[in-house]
Design a protein around this ligand. Structure first.
Ligand SMILES: *Cc1c(COP(=O)(O)O)cnc(C)c1O
Length: 434
């Protein structure tokens, strides 16, 4: 009998001390209901909660853990690094090594600056684009999430989408007045914005796969057109590969689609489960950052040796042999199984994957297609997802506690994990529709 009594007690206590009991909103299970499970430990593809329930984990800390939990090779490197201390606030070899590795894999990057989160990466990337172009306005897309910097909390995805908050209170209108919003997958609106605001748009920031409002792939040619439009109008293209970097392809979506963006934001995988972000680009742009250039940006713990070490070890192992391809194949196997179930039981779903990222919507209407934020909000069946989520949880499969987040595969999920998951999904769907 599935029970989470200990998690319930821990949640009661946490709620008294931490807003909502969590340090990031989606963790609170608000959109699926119920009590969040408190995690005691992770091992390989599994997490274990305080009631000793074991789950196959497809959240993987929201993406970073491409090698699964507590990978022995990563942990071993971390232990060695730990014995040398935790932080110096001075340069280390690890920073250069991780920079060199990332630069060798992500095509558009010649120089990189490490920060502590994806939020910081995107915030700094925009400051850099504004400094470089001497312009103020930016374009972002409805439902794209770039962290929680004030100017980017407009029609943001992720937790903001989950709760349907319009804009967060506490963000003055004057802080977002330079943020222009366009619908995802619609190039005409971007073109119109460039024409309406000539010589004033510093940058377009975009998720190359929209993965914070569910999983939406860009239409053919859309991203290339976006980057071309930026260049035509003297603006900087900022590709936010915080989630897609080392996931969609080793070198991100830009490598997969042969794109030439100006600035790349990274995070998640490059920290291997420790807090990291980075923004990067060619030397001409990056040398505007202090202390070479005038654009100021700093961080007490930036380039932290433990975080660099975890990132280095994680990426190095990910790039060994055919690890990445096997992981991709496993994600394909999983979604192929889900597609078959959706068909067999006539449950309208939209299901997709790229590399080791995958996502699915339960749809309110048959044959509906979700391709932007408006259609996601209108057509996603969040009620069905909530029921589905809990059926899976009770059966030992942990997926994101929101219809508007996606799933992740690791290199250590086994074929047996995947077939078990598919069986559990089939049982769950059968029981919900009958
Ligand atoms: C997760 C994410 C961020 C924010 O990163 P944090 O480390 O949570 O601040 C930014 N952009 C994208 C695309 C993300 O998925």
């Amino acid at each position: 009998m599935f029970q989470i009594e200990k998690s319930k007690d821990l949640f009661v206590k946490a709620q008294k001390l931490i807003p909502g009991g969590v340090n990031s909103p989606v963790r609170a299970f608000k959109s699926v209901g119920g009590t969040p499970i408190f995690i005691k430990r992770g091992e390989g593809p599994y997490i274990f909660d305080f009631d000793d329930n074991k789950y196959i984990d497809y959240v993987l800390s929201w993406g970073p853990l491409v090698l699964g939990h507590a990978h022995p090779l990563v942990i071993n490197e971390l232990k060695k690094s730990l014995s040398n201390g935790t932080s110096y606030g001075a340069p280390t070899l690890l920073e250069t090594e991780l920079a060199e590795l990332i630069i060798s894999v992500v095509p558009s990057i010649e120089m990189i600056r490490f920060v502590n989160s994806g939020t910081e990466a995107c915030m700094s990337a925009i400051r850099l684009a504004r400094a470089y172009t001497n312009r103020e306005k930016i374009i972002k897309f409805g439902g794209n999430y770039h962290g929680h910097a004030d100017m980017l909390l407009v029609e943001a995805g992720s937790g903001v989408a989950t709760f349907g908050l319009p804009d967060s209170p506490g963000v003055p209108e004057s802080f977002t007045q330079h943020t222009l919003i366009a619908p995802y997958n619609n190039i005409d609106v971007v073109e119109q914005l460039f024409e309406s605001y000539p010589d004033t748009i510093a940058a377009v920031i975009f998720e190359p796969i929209a993965a914070n409002m569910g999983f939406i792939v860009p239409e053919d040619g859309y991203l290339k057109k976006l980057i071309d439009l930026c260049h035509k109008h003297g603006a900087i293209s900022i590709i936010d590969e915080v989630m897609t970097g080392f996931r969609a392809a080793p070198g991100g979506v830009q490598q997969k689609l042969n794109l030439k963006p100006d600035i790349t934001c990274l995070g998640k995988v490059i920290g291997g489960g420790l807090p990291v972000g980075a923004y990067a680009g060619n030397i001409d742009i990056m040398e505007n950052v202090a202390p070479v250039g005038k654009m100021y940006q700093a961080g007490t713990l930036s380039g932290n040796p433990l975080a660099m070490c975890a990132g280095l070890s994680t990426i190095t192992n990910l790039l060994e042999g055919d690890t990445f391809d096997i992981m991709t194949r496993k994600a394909t196997d999983l979604i192929t199984g889900i597609k078959r179930i959706a068909q067999d039981y006539s449950v309208p779903m939209q299901i997709d994957s790229t590399g080791s990222m995958f996502g699915f919507y339960f749809l309110n209407e048959k044959d509906a297609i979700i391709n932007d934020f408006v259609s996601a909000k209108k057509l996603a069946n969040t009620e069905f997802y909530g029921k589905f989520f809990h059926k899976l949880l009770e059966s030992g499969v942990y997926i994101a506690p929101s219809q508007f987040e996606i799933g992740f595969m690791s290199s250590v999920h086994t074929d047996e994990n995947i077939s078990t998951t598919i069986t559990i999904i089939e049982t769950a769907i059968k029981s919900i529709i009958t």
